[in-house]
Every structure is written in structure tokens, then in C-alpha cells.
Design a protein around this ligand. Structure first.
Ligand code: PBG
Length: 324
């Protein structure tokens, strides 16, 4: 035998020399769910280990993980019923939960990257990401007007990046133009480019306490059977001025990450979503899988596919696994 591939695996030093991909703690974006009020931490049943925080408690939790090396977080609101409406007007309330959180976080942690979703599902009474007609149709262009207002409020509060997750057509261009014309040309846009209509978002909807009142998200999120749509969205989001592109979910869609990384000229990331996190927790709690190793392998597979940043709820496990 002239070629013995096992020579390159014969000891830890050789294996380290030839390792092609690494997961670093600064690749990770930790998602947080926020609630109004004071002094409350509510564990989320379907996301073991993850909780909803009031802002005072959020600061304490973020201080701890930030000091250990987490550099970026994403924030999502879990609002009471009375803050949700057909018009989703709480989405652009300058004194709302999200802008208040952004201001507080940026004051306490100037070197923390704060990201917020741009989408209406936490704010509509029916749980869709957009405004709807009386017949229940999701209204693209009307929704964009609200998304623009939501993005401007977040930018004014000092957010580092807005992440439109709504999947309306043309929203990246509209948000980019509005941000620029209001003096927020340094606010980053992370576009949810290939957001699939996935069964894996279940625990997230529980976390933000939304349930679709009617229909499904198939007229705006992508069909899990398709990849061409993702490539078209890649082209559009790039042309419309996105700074980074996102694939979601992550591990069932590694082929999408890989293809998009090949064709695009800007960074690709992935959202390792609530269902991907919860499946591993469930299996590990039954002794079926090793929690830390399984998460690490999942996140490393995203890096191998071409993702450079990853939203994941497994940030505490990765702090431990990576020795922080
Ligand atoms: C809302 C949004 C969703 C997620 C992130 N932003 C849910 C959805 O589209 O229904 C899912 C994240 C997760 O499952 O962890 N636009």
C-alpha cells in the first residue's frame, strides 16, 4: 500500500495539524427571549436550559457569558397579548421592550454585538410575520412599510445589526434605503435569505408565546424540497444591499449553506434553530446522546459547509466544551 490515509490520523498532534475547520466561541450568536417587568426568569419548557428574562435579569446573564467570550447576542420579545394587534404597532414603539433592551445592552456592554430580528410575528395578534388582509392573505408591500419603521427604531436605539426574518420580497432594499437616508449607514443587515418553512421552529414559537391563528407560513417561507429558490433569494438579497446572508434551519440544510457560500460574495451564516437544539436536549436527557459532543459536531458541520457565524441556543454547552 503506497497510500495509508490513517498516517494522517495517527496521533493528536498530526490530527490537529490537518484539521480544516474549527468552531470558535466568537462564531456564536446567543439568542435571548425578553419579557416585560422586573426580576423574572421564566424557564421555557420546550427549550430546556433556556429562559425568558426581564431586562434587569438579562443584564446579569449577558455579563456572565460575555465575560467568558460570547461576543454577539440576538434578542426576541415575548409580549403579553395586549401588546399584539392586527397592525403590529408595538413593533415600532420607540419605548418598547426591544429598543429599551438595545439601549441598556449597549450602555452596559459597548463591545457586545447586539442583533435584533425584523419581523412582525411577535407583534401580530395572529402570529404571522406580516400584515394580513381581511381574507387572511399576507400583504407584502404593506408589511414592508412596518418593517422599515421597526428597523429604524432599532437603529436609533443603537443596534449593531438588524436581521429581517420575515421573507417578504424587496424588504432588504427598502430597509437599506431607509437606514441610509436616516443616517444609519453603519447599521448592518443580516438577511434571513433562505428561511425554510420548517417544523423545527416549534419551541421558538412557544418561547415567544405565539401560535398561528390561521394558515401556515408556506406563502413566504421556502419549501424544504427546494434549493433554487434559495439561490434566487441569495442573488436578490445581495443586490439589495445585505451585508450577510443566513440559512435557517442549519443542519438539515447544509447543502444550501454550501451552495450559497459558493455563489455569493458576502458571508453566510446559519441559524441552528430551536428544534435542532431541543432534539439533542431530549435525547441527551434520556442518556441517548452526549450533549456537548453532539452540539459541537452539529455546529462544526455548519462551519465545514461554509457558514461563518451561527445563531445557537447551545452557547453555554459550547463555552464549556471549548474551555472558556
Ligand atoms: C420569526 C422567527 C422565527 C425564528 C426566528 N425568527 C420563527 C418563525 O419563522 O416561525 C425561529 C427560530 C428558532 O426556531 O429558533 N420570524
Amino acid at each position: 500500500m503506497l497510500i495509508r490515509p490513517r498516517r494522517n490520523r495517527k496521533n493528536p498532534m498530526i490530527r490537529a495539524l490537518i484539521q480544516e475547520n474549527h468552531l470558535n466561541i466568537h462564531d456564536i450568536i446567543a439568542p435571548f427571549f425578553l419579557i416585560e417587568g422586573d426580576d423574572k426568569i421564566e424557564p421555557i419548557k420546550s427549550l430546556p436550559g433556556i429562559s425568558r428574562y426581564t431586562l434587569d435579569k438579562l443584564i446579569v446573564e449577558v455579563a456572565s457569558i460575555h465575560s467568558r467570550g460570547i461576543q454577539s447576542i440576538a434578542i426576541f420579545p415575548a409580549l403579553e397579548r395586549n401588546k399584539r394587534s392586527k397592525e403590529a404597532s408595538e413593533a415600532f414603539n420607540e419605548n418598547g421592550l426591544i429598543p429599551s433592551a438595545i439601549k441598556l445592552l449597549k450602555k452596559h456592554f459597548p463591545n457586545l454585538t447586539v442583533i435584533t430580528d425584523i419581523a412582525l410575528d411577535p407583534y401580530t395578534d395572529h402570529g404571522h410575520d406580516g400584515l394580513t388582509s381581511d381574507e387572511g392573505e399576507i400583504l407584502n408591500d404593506e408589511t414592508i412599510k412596518v418593517l422599515v419603521k421597526q428597523a429604524l427604531v432599532a437603529a436609533k436605539a443603537g443596534v449593531d445589526a438588524v436581521a429581517p426574518s420575515d421573507m417578504m420580497d424587496g424588504r432588504i432594499k427598502a430597509i437599506r434605503s431607509a437606514l441610509d437616508s436616516h443616517g444609519y449607514e453603519n447599521t448592518t443587515i443580516i438577511a434571513y435569505t433562505a428561511k425554510y418553512a420548517s417544523a423545527l421552529y416549534g419551541p421558538f414559537r412557544d418561547a415567544i408565546k405565539t401560535k398561528l391563528a390561521f394558515g401556515d407560513k408556506l406563502t413566504y417561507q421556502l419549501n424544504p424540497a427546494n434549493i433554487k429558490e434559495a439561490l434566487l433569494e441569495t442573488k436578490l438579497d445581495q443586490e439589495e444591499g445585505a451585508d450577510m446572508l443566513l440559512v435557517k434551519p442549519a443542519t438539515f440544510y447544509l447543502d444550501v449553506i454550501a451552495k450559497m457560500a459558493q455563489i455569493s460574495h458576502i458571508p453566510i451564516g446559519a441559524y441552528h434553530v430551536s428544534g435542532e437544539y431541543a432534539m439533542v436536549q431530549a435525547a441527551a436527557s434520556q442518556g441517548m446522546l452526549d450533549l456537548h459532543k453532539t452540539y459541537h459536531e452539529a455546529l462544526l458541520s455548519i462551519k465545514r459547509a461554509g457558514g461563518s457565524f451561527i445563531f445557537t441556543y447551545a452557547y453555554k454547552e459550547m463555552l464549556e466544551f471549548l474551555g472558556h
